[in-house]
Design a protein around this ligand. Structure first.
Ligand code: INI
Length: 154
């Protein structure tokens, strides 16, 4: 019979680093709230959560990379909100954040969650930080715990 490794949501003894962008903080701080609530609700201890603030989503990777490389955290959660404007800036910021964040997980072996909303307008972002489409911060928190637990068994 094949061996199965199931992901589970038990957060006890899991250390989490969170990097949150202050840009569009009316959205990102709600993502943070959702992430923290879900971590605590799934057994992560408050003392095992460290939150770092950065100016914008473009700065998330450099800090996430340092946290992931430190050996102090089992997973990192990156939270930001890039909302499309009239120029190409949106594309550069969102691509910089996405590529940077994806690379960190593979380079360090520490799971890094992509909780950076990339939306066409403010409404879409509001829907995803606790509105009609849920809270992406909360989804990332659960995904972080589950991924750590799968890695522990592999
Ligand atoms: N940063 C964001 O997190 N979201 C945005 O929507 C955004 N826009 O639209 O400009 C944004 N810009 C700032 C950027 O992340 C950097 O902080 C800045 O470019 C300095 O490096």
């Amino acid at each position: 019979m094949s061996k199965e490794i199931k992901s589970d949501g038990d957060g006890s003894n899991i250390r989490i680093g969170i990097v949150v962008a202050e840009y569009n903080e009316f959205i990102t701080f709600k993502l943070l709230e959702g992430a923290e609530q879900t971590l605590l609700g799934n057994g992560v201890s408050e003392n095992d959560i460290c939150v770092s603030y950065v100016p914008g989503s473009f700065e998330i990777p450099v800090v996430a990379n340092k946290m992931a490389s430190s050996g102090k955290y089992d997973a990192i959660i990156c939270l930001g909100a890039v909302i499309k404007g009239e120029t190409d800036h949106y594309d550069y910021v969102s691509e910089g954040a996405a590529h940077g964040i994806a690379r960190i997980a593979l380079d360090t072996g520490v799971p890094v969650m992509f909780g950076v909303l990339t939306t066409h307008n403010v409404e879409q972002a509001i829907d995803r930080c606790g509105g009609s489409k849920g809270n992406e911060g909360s989804a990332c928190a659960l995904a972080a715990i589950q991924t750590v637990n799968v890695l522990k068994q592999n």
